[in-house]
Design a protein. Structure first.
Length: 273
């Protein structure tokens, strides 16, 4: 698998059963995803690392140390947020428990996965918007200063300020501050010609922004995230050589939207759910 074949909306599947693979591929493609099928735990870790999948599935009947593979994906910051669903025999309760201990987000009976697979794939390809507590409050002073530094192209300074804002904020909205600062650090790594560091920081920050409301604390999240995602995928496909021709003037700024002029801000649910 090379970088130029990597696509958004990928779902990585650790599956060696030749009869089950077509079912997985068919459902994923029907929902608009791109299936990547691997047959060994080592290949699974490599695929999760390369593809930045929206979901990973692990068949617990696969030979090899799948538990170690799950744990490796979950302990590395740039892959830890990838949802992992393991599945196996409903009577092998201990194996399902071992998958959970290894770090799988869910460990289901194969029959449950088969029954719910279309809905599961759809939910991860097109996750619903969430409204974390604090989403409709004003930006904190520290966060606003961090956004101003990011818009000025001062990516180290924005990290310092947004990290302080993140540490001071106790509500779940703090994830937005962390996501923005990590994307900003990805821009800094591009400036420093560090392709690996940039990709890792994109993959740490972008998932934190994925399900936020279009406008969150007055921040136009949708536009900023879309521009950052485009840069991430272009550099993922090009590899390190892409930094030689990348136009750094394409780094997006964050648009601040006044609540009174944002219909999305006022028309969205305010219950934090």
């Amino acid at each position: 698998m090379s970088e130029d074949t990597v696509q958004p909306n990928t779902i990585v599947c650790l599956e060696a059963d030749l009869f089950f693979i077509p079912r997985l591929e068919d459902v994923i493609r029907r929902q608009g995803g791109t299936p990547v099928i691997v047959e060994t735990p080592d290949a699974f870790v490599d695929a999760v690392d390369r593809c930045f999948p929206v979901l990973a599935l692990v068949d617990l009947a696969t030979e090899g140390d799948w538990a170690h593979a799950i744990t490796r994906c979950k302990i590395r910051p740039h892959t830890s947020q990838t949802p992992i669903i393991a599945f196996g025999s409903h009577v092998d309760v201990e194996t399902l428990r071992a998958a959970r201990r290894a770090g799988a987000d869910h460990a289901w009976a194969r029959s449950k996965l088969m029954e719910e697979l279309p809905q599961v794939v759809e939910r991860h390809l097109h996750p619903p918007v969430t409204y974390p507590e604090g989403w409709d409050a004003p930006l904190s002073d520290l966060a606003r200063r961090g956004v101003e530094e990011l818009n000025a192209g001062e990516y180290f300074e924005q990290h310092e300020l947004l990290e302080q804002a993140w540490m001071a904020e106790t509500r779940p909205i703090r994830e937005m501050y962390q996501g923005i600062l990590q994307v900003g650090v990805a821009f800094l790594q591009i400036q420093r010609n560090n392709w690996t560091g940039a990709i890792k920081m994109f993959r740490r920050g972008l998932p934190r922004l994925r399900t936020l409301p279009p406008v969150c604390q007055g921040v136009d999240i949708t536009s900023f995230r879309a521009a950052a995602e485009q840069i991430h995928w272009e550099l993922t496909r090009s590899g390190p050589k892409g930094l030689q021709t990348f136009d750094q003037s394409r780094f997006p700024q964050i648009k601040l939207v006044e609540p009174s002029s944002s219909a999305e801000f006022w028309n969205s649910p305010h219950d934090g759910k």
